[in-house]
Design a protein around this ligand. Sequence first.
Ligand SMILES: *Cc1c(COP(=O)(O)O)cnc(C)c1O
Length: 456
Amino acid sequence: MEEKIPYKTYLSENEIPKQWYNVRADMKNKPAPLLNPGTLKPMTLEELTPVFCEELCRQELDNDTPFFDIPQEIQDFYKMYRPAPLVRAYFLEKALGTPAKIYYKFEGNNTSGSHKLNSAIAQAYYAKKQGLKGVTTETGAGQWGTALSMACSYFGLDCQVYMVKCSYEQKPFRREVMRTYGAKVTPSPSNTTAVGRKILEEFPGTTGSLGCAISEAVEAAVTQPGYRYVLGSVLNQVLLHQTVIGLEAKAALDKIGVEPDIIIGCAGGGSNLGGLISPFVGQKLRGEADYQIIAVEPASCPSFTRGKYAYDFCDTGMICPLAKMYTLGSHFMPSPSHAGGLRYHGMSSILSQLYHDGYIEARAVEQTSVFAAAEMFARVEGTLPAPESSHAIRAAIDEALKCKETGEEKTILFGLTGTGYFDLKAYESFNDGTMTDIIPTDEQIADSLSRLPKVE
Ligand SMILES: *Cc1c(COP(=O)(O)O)cnc(C)c1O
C-alpha cells in the first residue's frame, strides 16, 4: 500500500482553490484589532484606506466572512505556477531511517522563488482595480520585492521597493530580478525618507531591518498621490491570500487519503505558516480534527518563544498602526542572520492569538543546525531549499528522528516555502565553516520590550 503514494501529488488545474479561507471566521477569540497609535481606538476603514488599497482593507477588517472568492484574473495568474506539488519525501525518510512519513508542499516553483507571489498578485490586482498608479513596499531577503515586481509588471503598475540593506548587499541577484521586472529598488535605511534619515542618525552603520524598511515604504506611499503601501506578510489579508497553500495541500492529501499528525512551517511574519495551517486549524477550531502544529523561528529573532504578547508598532519608525502580537519590540535589531525573511520583530495577529490560545506551538532553532538540515535535504531530496524554509526542514527532521526513537509512524507535513538559489552567500558561509549562531541576550530583549507602547 505504501508504494501507491506517489512521490508527487498534483491537483489538476481546475482543482486550484477558487476561494480563500478566512480562519478568523472560526476563531472564538478573534485576533485583537489594529489600533490607531494616536487615539488607541481600533483602526476604521476610513483610517486605513489612505495607506492601503480599499478592498484589501475590507479583507483586513473582516473577522466573519469564512470564504472570499478569488477574482478570475488572479485565478488565471495562479495557473502560471500553480498547483504547487505536494511531495512525499521518500528519500529523506530513507536517509533518516525513520518510520515517519514526511510530506512537503513546495512553493518555490516560480521566478520569485517563494510563496510570496500568492499574495503579491492579489494585492497588485486590487491596486489596479482601484485605479492606482503604483505601490510601495519593503523587502527583507528580497523574495517579497521580487514577487511584487512580477505582479506589478503583469498589471502595469509602478513598483517602489525599499530593500533591507544587508540583503541589498548580500543579494544583488534578487535586486536585478526586481529591476528586470521594472521595479525601483532602494537600500533601507536610506536618506530618501524622513524616517530613514532619523533611523540612520540613531543607529549609524545599521544593516537595516524589515521594521525600518516598512516605515520608509509607508512614508513613500502617503507622500505620493496615486500610491498605496502593500505588505508581504504579517497582515490578516496576506494570511488570507496564502491559504491557497493550505487548501491545495489539504485537497492533495485528501486525494491520497492521508491525514497529517504534525504540521510544520517556518514563521517570519507568519503568512506561509498561517496559509498552510488555516484549513487544518479551522477543523481544530470546529472540533472536527486535531493536529500538532509547530511554528519554527530563528533563535536570532525569537518572537514567539521569547517575545511578549502585547500591542506594538509594526515598524521601527512607529508610524504604522499598533498590532497585538508576539513581539520582541519594534526597536529590536536582529543580528544580520542569513534567514533575511525571518528577521521581523513581530508576528501575525491571527497566529499570535492561536498561539496564545494553545492551538499552535513554537520552537526556535539555530542557524548552523538549520543549514545542516538544508544541506541534508538538498543532497537527498534534490531541491536546494531557502534558508527560511530550512527552519521547517530542521523541525521536520527532528520530529522524524523522535519517531525513529519511539517507533511511531507519524505523518508529518511541512511547508517548503522557497528555493535557495539566491541565498548562496549564506550557503557559502556554512560551507566555509564561518557561519555563527548569534542569539540575543535576555538584556537585549528586555531593553527592546521596555520600549513597547503603553496600551491598556
Ligand atoms: C518571506 C519568506 C518566509 C517568511 O515569511 P512568512 O510571512 O512568515 O511566511 C519564509 N520563507 C520564504 C522562502 C520567504 O520568502
